[in-house]
Design a protein around this ligand. Structure first.
Ligand SMILES: Nc1ncnc2c1ncn2[C@@H]1O[C@H](COP(=O)(O)OP(=O)(O)O)[C@@H](O)[C@H]1O
Ligand SMILES: [Mg+2]
Length: 502
C-alpha cells in the first residue's frame, strides 16, 4: 500500500495535490511573456502552462545547459538560436568545439568558418583595446592553458616581450590604439625573447629558453593559426546572422581553448565598447558547447562574462555533458539553467548543491527522456516560489535531417583548392532523395542507402558512400550521374573509383 502511494507521487495529479500548499511552478506571469518579445520553449509539466523565455525579469541573459550525450543540449541550443533570430533578429556565434554544428548552420543559411582550414586569428589583435589590457588577457589565456603561472620569471619575461612587441609596432601601451596600425604577432614576441637569449647578458638563460618553448607550440610552421595576420574580422562575424566558428580542425584541446578564450575576449570588448542599448531583445548569443577548459577555469572570460551579468547586450550559452566542467560561479550566476537528463550521482550532487533543488526534482531529472527538462531561473526580485520547474519537453523546430558527405579523405588540401571543391557536402534529406531519384536510382535502393547513412550518424566519406552504392547494386553509370549532380568533377569521380577499386 505504502509502496503504491510512493509511486503514485510521481503522477501529475498527485504532484499537484502534494504541492497545493507550496506551488511547484512559478506563477503564469513569470512563465508567459509577450510572444513577440520572448522565446517559446515548451509546456510546463504540472500545470501545463506554456513557458516563454525572456531575460527582462532575470538577473542576466546567460544560460547553462547540462545533460548527458543525446539528452538534447544541442537541439535546445539550435531551437533557441532560431527563435531568438525570428523574434529579436539576434545574431549568433557558435564556438563549435567538435564541428558538430557545421552541417546545421550551413543548412540554416548561416556561415561556417573553419579555423585551421585557411582562416587565421591573430591573438594579438587589439580590436580597439589598449595594448596593456590585451597583453594582460594574452598572459591570462596562457595561465589557463599552460603552466606559466608556476614560473613567475618566465611569466614576467613573456609579458615584457608581449608589451615590447606592441611598442615596436608603434603603439603606446596605455593608449587607445590607432586602428590603421598593424598588430604584432606571437612570432614577434618569440623573436624578441630569442634576441635576448642571443645577447647572452641575461642571467637565467634557461628561463628564457622555457618561455620561448612555451610560446613556440602556438607558432610552429603549419600550426601558426594564432600567430599570423588575422583573416577574420570577429567584430563583423558577431553581426552576420548565424555563424559557426569550427575549431575541430585545430591540432588539440589547448589550441581550441586558446581560440575560444580569444574569441570570447574580443567579442566581450566589442560589446563593452558598443554598450547596452535600449532596444529590445539580445543583439547576439555566443554559444560554448563542450568547451570544458574555458567553462571550468575561474580565470576564464566565460566566468567573467556571466559574473558581469547584464553589462553586455549579448547572452552566453554554456553547454556541457559534464556539469563539473562548468565552474560553479557560472551556475550560481547565470539567469537560466536548463537541466536535461543527468545520469551520474556525482553530477547530480554538484547540480543540486549549486542550484539547491528538492529531492523530488532530483528524482524527476534522473527519469528524463530526450528533450525533457528542468529549468532554474534567477529572478531579479526575490520570489515566493521554487525557482526550478519541469517542462514536458523542449518543443523544437522541425528537426532537419542533414547528411554530410566528405571528400577530404581522397584529395589533399592543394587538390581541393585547385579543383575548387569543398571538403564536405551537406544535403537535406529531401534534396538528397530527389538527387538520387534524378540519377535513376531505384526506390528500394534509395531506402537502403538512407538506412546505411542513418546507421553512420548521417556522416560518410565519399568512398564509403560509393561502397554503399555498390552494395545496393546501383550501376556504375548511375553512380557517376549522381556524383556529377553533387557537383564533383570527373577527375574526382575517377579518383573515388580508384580508391574503391571499381
Ligand atoms: N526536444 C527534442 N525533441 C525532439 N528531438 C530531440 C529533442 N532533443 C533532442 N532531440 C533529438 O535527439 C538527438 C540528440 O540530441 P542532441 O541535441 O544532439 O543531444 P546532445 O547535444 O545533448 O548530445 C538528436 O537527433 C535530436 O534531434
Ligand atoms: Mg551536443
Amino acid at each position: 500500500m505504502t509502496l503504491i502511494r510512493v509511486q503514485n507521487l510521481m503522477s501529475n495529479e498527485l504532484a499537484k495535490r502534494v504541492f497545493l500548499s507550496r506551488p511547484p511552478e512559478p506563477p503564469h506571469e513569470f512563465l508567459l511573456s509577450d510572444p513577440t518579445n520572448s522565446i517559446f520553449i515548451g509546456i510546463t509539466k504540472i500545470f501545463e502552462s506554456p513557458f516563454t523565455w525572456t531575460f527582462s525579469n532575470l538577473t542576466n541573459p546567460h544560460l547553462a545547459v547540462v545533460g548527458i550525450t543525446g539528452a538534447g543540449k544541442s537541439f535546445f541550443v539550435k531551437t533557441f538560436l532560431i527563435r531568438a533570430s525570428y523574434i529579436w533578429n539576434t545574431n549568433a556565434i557558435i564556438i563549435d568545439w567538435a564541428g558538430e554544428y557545421k552541417a546545421w548552420v550551413k543548412q540554416s543559411g548561416g556561415t561556417v568558418v573553419s579555423l585551421a582550414k585557411g582562416d587565421y586569428l591573430n591573438i594579438m589583435d587589439l580590436s580597439g583595446m589598449r595594448p596593456l589590457d590585451r597583453a594582460k588577457q594574452i598572459i591570462n589565456s596562457f595561465e589557463i592553458l599552460t603552466d606559466i603561472s608556476q614560473y613567475p620569471e618566465q611569466r614576467r619575461l613573456t609579458m615584457e616581450a608581449v608589451e615590447q612587441s606592441y611598442v615596436n609596432m608603434g603603439f603606446t601601451l596605455a593608449g587607445i590604439p590607432d586602428p590603421h596600425k598593424e598588430a604584432p604577432t606571437l612570432k614577434n614576441v618569440i623573436s624578441l625573447l630569442e634576441e635576448k637569449l642571443q645577447e647572452g647578458t641575461y642571467a637565467y638563460p634557461a628561463e628564457l629558453e622555457n618561455a620561448i618553448y612555451r610560446l613556440r607550440q602556438f607558432a610552429r610552421e603549419g600550426e601558426d593559426y594564432f600567430a599570423r595576420k588575422s583573416t577574420l574580422d570577429l567584430g563583423k562575424l558577431v553581426s552576420s546572422g548565424l555563424v559557426a566558428l569550427d575549431l575541430s580542425g585545430l591540432p588539440d584541446e589547448s589550441f581550441r581553448a586558446l581560440a575560444a578564450l580569444f574569441i570570447l575576449q574580443s567579442l566581450k570588448e566589442k560589446m563593452r565598447m558598443e554598450g547596452w542599448s535600449a532596444t529590445k531583445g539580445l543583439k547576439a548569443i555566443i554559444v560554448l558547447d563542450e568547451a570544458w577548459k574555458v567553462a571550468s577555469d575561474e580565470r576564464s572570460d566565460a566566468v567573467m562574462i556571466v559574473r558581469e551579468g547584464r553589462k553586455y547586450q549579448f547572452g552566453l550559452i554554456v553547454a556541457s555533458q559534464n556539469p563539473t566542467d562548468i565552474n560553479e560561479a557560472i551556475f550560481s550566476n547565470v539567469g537560466t539553467t536548463i537541466m536535461l537528463r543527468i545520469k551520474f550521482e556525482k553530477f547530480m550532487n554538484y547540480l543540486q548543491g549549486s542550484l539547491n533543488f528538492s529531492d523530488f526534482m532530483r528524482r524527476e531529472i534522473s527519469k528524463f527522456g530526450v528533450g525533457q527538462a528542468a529549468i532554474d531561473m534567477s529572478f531579479q526580485t526575490s520570489v515566493q516560489f521554487p525557482e526550478v520547474f519541469l517542462i514536458e519537453r523542449v518543443v523544437g523546430e522541425i528537426p532537419l535531417d542533414v547528411y554530410t558527405i566528405s571528400v577530404g579523405d581522397i584529395l589533399n588540401q592543394d587538390e581541393l583548392e585547385r579543383a575548387d571543391i569543398q571538403k564536405e557536402y551537406y544535403f537535406e534529406k529531401i534534396d538528397l532523395r530527389s538527387k538520387l531519384i534524378e540519377s535513376n536510382i531505384g526506390l528500394e535502393q534509395i531506402e537502403g542507402v538512407f538506412k546505411r547513412l542513418d546507421d553512420r550518424n548521417r556522416q560518410i566519406d565519399i568512398r564509403g558512400f560509393v561502397e554503399v552504392f555498390m552494395e545496393m547494386k546501383v550501376s556504375k553509370e548511375n553512380t557517376i550521374q549522381f556524383l556529377r549532380s553533387m557537383g564533383l568533377q570527373d577527375m574526382v569521380i575517377t579518383r573515388v573509383f580508384t580508391f574503391v577499386g571499381a
